[in-house]
Design a protein around this ligand. Structure first.
Ligand SMILES: [Zn+2]
Length: 203
């Protein structure tokens, strides 16, 4: 092989590609800690903030089965945190591994690429490790419904709960709409008030 100008250029180019690939492999791009107010599209960032909003999907016994929206706020602004596919499933498992589960008010760290969706910034998590709980602040109990009948019941559409089987108002409820609570405390925490008839006829 003659060492003409073209070969030298080709050799130099090959060396450059190999060296930069190795360099990138040994020094992966590191995220930069930023405030929400400073992020730009394409940034690879770490943001620490409080969970401002967390919308979840629940089954009929209130067990969490999906994550619809997660928004964090670091005091300079708020930003959506998004994950897809397997990462989304793993993120939900991470959130649920705590008792009570991770929820609004908890202090977290997220890492990911900043993207724009419908005019709003969002951080896209690449893997579940990109989301970390730093401090649990919200210790509100997780409330579930009983899959088997209890003596505390209500209509899923109503606002009153009953404690007596023979309550005339309780008897009017459609069977398919009845939910059962583990405790009156749970019913109250979910916004139900005790039925007057049941209150008066207890004991
Ligand atoms: Zn009643």
């Amino acid at each position: 092989m003659k060492l003409n100008e073209k070969n030298v250029m080709l050799f130099a180019l090959t060396c450059f590609i190999v060296v930069s690939t190795v360099w990138l492999f040994l020094n992966p791009i590191q995220p930069i800690e930023k405030h929400v107010s400073d992020v730009k599209e394409g940034d690879y960032v770490i943001i620490k903030g409080y969970i401002q909003e967390m919308d979840v999907k629940r089954d009929k016994y209130r067990h969490v089965i999906g994550l619809s929206r997660l928004v964090i706020n670091d005091g300079t602004g708020n930003i959506d945190v998004v994950a897809f596919g397997k990462t989304k499933t793993e993120l939900l498992n991470y959130i649920l591994q705590y008792t009570p589960m991770i929820k609004e008010g908890d202090y977290v760290e997220v890492r990911g690429k900043v993207s724009v969706y419908r005019g709003l910034y969002e951080v896209i998590l690449d893997k579940a490790d990109d989301f970390k709980l730093l401090k649990k602040n919200n210790f509100d109990r997780d409330i579930f419904l009983s899959p088997t009948p209890t003596s505390i019941y209500a209509s899923i559409y109503g606002k009153k709960y009953h404690t007596l089987d023979n309550c005339p108002y309780g008897k009017r409820l459609k069977k398919e709409n009845i939910i059962y609570f583990y405790s009156e405390e749970d019913a109250k925490a979910l916004g139900y008030e005790k039925c007057k008839w049941c209150k008066e006829h207890e004991n």
